[in-house]
Design a protein around this ligand. Structure first.
Ligand code: ADP
Ligand code: MG
Length: 485
């Protein structure tokens, strides 16, 4: 990829559509679900029968506002919905209801960290609310296409960035961040495969150091984050090759072919669309007052970025650990509870990232439904850190057993499973005395400076105590004994 090198640089702007997690559509009560039989989630309103009237779904507005609040956008005080006219068979009304002049959120920034560690805040232009279109099905019948209106009228937000990204990996990191936030805030499921998160990428090139915006190409039909990155990469290469050959880039919409790893032209943008926007006369403007805004803010709780920073500052987590833990809201809240009951923060992070997350994966469960309570896990962590049970036994035997018997205390379970470590000096001393008596030659070797011999004595003590000697305590006692001889 030569976008970052040579004479040219890329200019990238993204338009991301996110399906909102509302129970019903944005302007009527029809249900919202993926994969239902065609045309079962429709009504006269979705189908735009004459005389039917839309009504705004309050929840959709709240979800849109949440996204903006999380990204530092300005929230518009009065929301109008506008008609955007174009003809397409999946659009029953002949226009789409969207927000042209009063996007619900204006500005804001998305903080990203790319794979190669580059940190940037990506400036947003706007976030607006709109309705989705239906779906044309071209592969069901030989002679004609079919249309499914289930999706028509589903609530979306469209996030539009400023043309400020320079690298394809920034676009990738942007999408990762957006999906994380969407899931964290409960705005949607952010599932790109099911189309609940869709991204169009706008790409142009220019000479480095220049500030002009050259004609751009809009790329559609990428169905994974990786494909978005790849599509932008190949498009940049194509444009650079064109320009180097003395040709110019035409403003057009292209589609990404993942198999051939190329983009191909869909339609030219030379004829500017006239969408004839105007405010929908059937919908009254929605006023977002202070009280409503405050209620939404309160519902949101702590944002992932704030939590990330707090975990690093208060619990001394590494950025990596804090990132993994705040990747999922329920896991983050679980961790937050665990550290309220143990001072062993680093151990708590390891337990959450390791044994807890693998149990959740195995059980296909969210952390808030996990049977072992955070306080119970904290007790188990304390047992390990106090040297009462070994980490291996705790993670491999006690923890899985706790999942089945979540009401038992870790200490009781450790006792019942006979896994408590022996760190009682009176119990360990006779065992140590015995092994030292059996191996006088080894004791001689130790005295001559072969410190590694301690491991051999440890092994013997472990054998005799069936692995239940507290390794730290036993080690200390063996060394004391050897030194005293
Ligand atoms: P359009 O009129 O084609 O809809 P907009 O100005 O509304 O274009 O921008 C749509 C998207 O394209 C935004 O994400 C914006 O950042 C991006 N964009 C605009 N101009 C350029 C450009 N010259 N190169 C790359 N991206 C651009
Ligand atoms: Mg536009």
């Amino acid at each position: 990829m030569n976008s970052g090198s040579g004479k040219y640089e890329a200019v990238i702007g993204l338009e991301v559509h996110i399906q909102l997690a509302t129970d019903s559509k944005i302007f009527c009560a029809d249900g919202v679900a993926f994969g239902e039989s065609p045309n079962t989630l429709i009504s006269t309103i979705s189908l735009a029968h004459p005389g039917t009237l839309p009504k705004v779904n309050k929840k959709a507005i709240e979800l849109g506002i949440k996204m903006g609040l999380a990204l530092g956008s300005t929230i518009s005080q009065t929301l109008y919905f506008d008609r955007k006219h174009y003809f397409y068979p999946d659009l029953p009304k002949g226009y789409q209801l969207t927000q042209d002049r009063t996007p619900v959120c204006i500005g804001g920034q998305v903080p990203i960290v790319t794979k190669s560690g580059l940190r940037r805040a990506i400036q947003l232009n706007r976030i607006h609310l709109e309705e989705d279109a239906g779906k044309l099905l071209h592969d069901q019948h030989k002679d004609f296409s079919a249309v499914d209106y289930n999706r028509a009228g589903t609530a979306l937000i469209e996030m539009v960035t400023e043309p400020v990204m320079r690298l394809p990996e920034e676009a990738y990191a942007f999408l990762i961040e957006i999906r994380k936030l969407v899931r964290f805030l409960g705005i949607g499921d952010g599932n790109m495969e099911e189309g609940s998160l869709r991204c169009d990428a706008n790409v142009s090139i220019r000479e480095k150091g220049s500030s002009v915006l050259n004609p751009k190409v809009e790329i559609k039909n990428m169905n994974s984050f990786k494909h978005v990155q790849r599509a932008i990469e190949t498009e940049i290469e194509r444009q650079i090759t064109l320009v180097k050959a003395g040709q110019s880039v035409v403003s057009e919409t292209r589609s990404y072919d993942a198999e051939k790893e190329t983009t191909f032209s869909l339609r030219s943008k030379e004829t500017l669309h006239d969408y004839r926007y105007f405010p929908d006369p059937d919908l009254s403007p929605v006023v977002v007052d202070e009280a409503w805004l405050n209620q939404i803010k309160n519902e949101m709780g702590e944002l992932p970025q704030a939590m990330f920073n707090r975990f690093i500052e208060k619990y001394q987590l590494s950025e990596y650990d804090a990132g993994v833990i705040t990747d999922d809201k329920d896991v983050a809240l679980y961790f937050n509870e665990v550290v309220a009951h143990t001072k062993h923060y680093k151990a708590a992070a390891n337990w959450v990232i390791g044994p807890l997350k693998s149990q959740l994966r195995e059980r296909m469960e969210k952390a808030n439904a996990f049977p072992v309570q955070p306080i119970t896990l904290a007790e188990l962590i304390n047992l390990v850190e106090e040297g009462k049970v070994s980490y291996t036994m705790a993670s491999q035997k006690i923890f899985p057993e706790l999942v089945l018997k979540p009401n038992q205390s870790p200490l009781e379970l450790a006792q019942a499973l006979n896994l408590l470590l022996e760190n009682n000096v009176d119990a360990l001393t006779p065992v140590i005395d015995e092994v030292i008596k059996i191996y006088p030659l080894k004791v001689e070797e130790y005295k001559q400076g072969k410190k590694g011999i301690v491991d051999m004595f440890m092994g013997e003590v472990m054998k005799r105590t069936k692995g239940k000697a507290d390794p730290k305590k036993a080690n200390q006692l063996i060394i004391e004994k050897l030194k005293s001889l």
